[in-house]
Design a protein around this ligand. Structure first.
Ligand code: NAP
Length: 291
């Protein structure tokens, strides 16, 4: 399958690199051309000048862009340029409704669509160990296997279009909870004068072990928050979760609290930091108990 990649961001660049390693990548395109040019310089894979040019060389296109409107804009452009029978695999995190809309628009042109949001962070993207939750027909899921297996490890078909994104919303609620728990626990540990690296080592070997504690805890201890996963992107995801819960008449406490905290971080200028910068607020709470 000749595959193209759109969206060479923190996740996409490494995912595209893994497709190249698997011998599947025919071309890449990025909105700001520098990233595509850097990718071409590194791998020799052609940097297309436009989405239409990329589509001409491909029968499958993977995208990993930011938000709902971005996915629909790219899907529409692909709908006008890919041939019948092609596949579009969207690894961005957006709403289930957006996935259903993209799938329906592309189906009108005989193009298959899979919503395939991913989890595992930039490390998972780099090491091709992403968890991939898919919403697609069984037939398209089968056809996409070589591409999905080049990027991820645990790949599960959840159901029809939209069900991959619904599953990703589940993931994002859990990530918010873990981020809250780890940031609060480490701020508490620091306030008690404990060595944070030792705390991470020993607590990370017990019942409170988590990916977030092991992979982000050491950065929190240093008050460094390199990407990772941007605060602004998780805020976008939690707003999707809020809407999905509201449609069932429910308000989720962890989602609401985390949205409030992320808004504070964004107002303080930290929107492009990793979500572990929530630790800033938790630490400040102990530094200024009455604040
Ligand atoms: P990022 O570093 O901000 O990259 C976003 C990419 O999308 C960039 O290449 C950007 O192009 C492109 N893009 C945005 N809007 C576009 C548009 N309208 N048309 C064409 N290209 C567009 O973001 P990321 O961290 O890689 O995340 C990408 C997606 O994966 C998001 O939906 C995010 O929620 C999800 N995700 C992220 C992580 C993580 O740990 N980072 C984990 C799982 C899922 P430019 O270079 O021109 O800006």
């Amino acid at each position: 399958m000749k595959t193209g990649f759109i969206g060479l961001g923190a996740m996409g660049y490494s995912m595209a690199r893994n497709l190249h390693k698997a011998g599947l990548l025919a071309a890449v395109w990025n909105r700001s051309p520098e990233k595509a040019q850097a990718f071409q310089a590194e791998t020799g894979v052609s940097a297309a000048a436009s989405i239409a040019e990329l589509a001409r060389d491909c029968d499958c296109v993977v995208m990993c862009v930011s938000a709902d409107e971005d996915v629909l804009a790219v899907a529409d452009a692909l709908g006008h340029s890919l041939g019948e029978g092609a596949l579009v695999i969207d690894c961005s995190t957006v709403s289930a409704e957006t996935a259903k809309t993209a799938a329906a628009r592309l189906a009108e042109r005989g193009i298959g669509f899979l919503d395939c949001p991913v989890s595992g962070g930039t490390e998972g993207a780099k090491n091709a160990t992403l968890a991939i939750m898919c919403g697609a027909s069984a037939q398209d899921f089968e056809r996409a296997q070589p591409v999905l297996q080049a990027m991820g490890k645990r790949i599960v078909l959840m159901g029809a279009a939209g069900s991959g994104q619904a599953t990703k919303a589940v993931n994002q609620i859990a990530v918010a909870g873990v981020n809250q728990a780890v940031a609060e626990a480490l701020a508490f540990a620091r306030a008690h004068g404990l060595d944070l690296d030792k705390v991470i080592e020993v607590v990370g070997g017990g019942a409170a072990a988590s990916w977030h504690l092991t992979n982000r805890g050491p950065n929190m201890a240093k008050m460094e928050f390199p990407l990772g996963f941007k605060v602004s992107l998780h805020e976008k995801d939690l707003k999707i979760c809020r809407e999905m819960a509201a449609s069932l008449g429910v308000q989720l406490p962890i989602v609401e609290m985390t949205l409030l905290h992320y808004r504070r971080l964004i107002e303080q200028g930290h929107s492009d930091e990793d979500i572990s910068s929530l630790y800033r607020l938790k630490r400040a709470m102990f530094d200024n108990p009455k604040g």
